[in-house]
Ligand binder design. Sequence first.
Ligand code: ADP
Length: 167
Amino acid sequence: MKIAIYPGSFDPVTSGHLNIIQRAAKIFDKLIVCVMVNAGKNPMFTLEERVELIRKVTGDLPNVEVDSSSELLAEYARSKGSCVIVKGLRAGSDFENEFQMAMINHKINPDLDTMFLTAEHQYMYMSSSMVKELGSYDVDLSDFLPEQIIPDFKKRVSTIHQGGNRK
Ligand code: ADP
């Protein structure tokens, strides 16, 4: 069984991420979407919330599993019996960083390869941080976020604007 891992911050999962998930799920027998702990970022949603939001939008994909991990990605993949990491590659900006990560992961775990799916043109310039910026304005988010999670996103934005605590 070919198992692939799709790692990221997914804060929150965007339509661009979902497009990669749907395409990768068709290629592999099983796709594990893994929310990785990234100490350098100050997230809008907790790890558990991000996992739940991804579960909400992937409910119709039976071979997609959602998980989270604070392990080194190369070790996590090994523990799941996976030898493929899937990444989405957007215009220009992702290349240098992704290339470096792919090399490092392969060095740590030589059985592990990284496969890149190019972002579709409508998602090419989309990132979670861009969507979070837009959240502050009255913009239609349906091109950016999967419909099922727009209410969760708006609720969180308004909580933050009211100065309330994030969960
Ligand atoms: P970001 O915070 O930049 O949106 P993540 O760290 O959550 O992204 O990204 C996880 C993976 O998804 C990375 O491989 C990233 O390149 C990819 N990705 C992010 N946004 C898109 C998009 N709009 N289209 C395709 N791939 C994407």
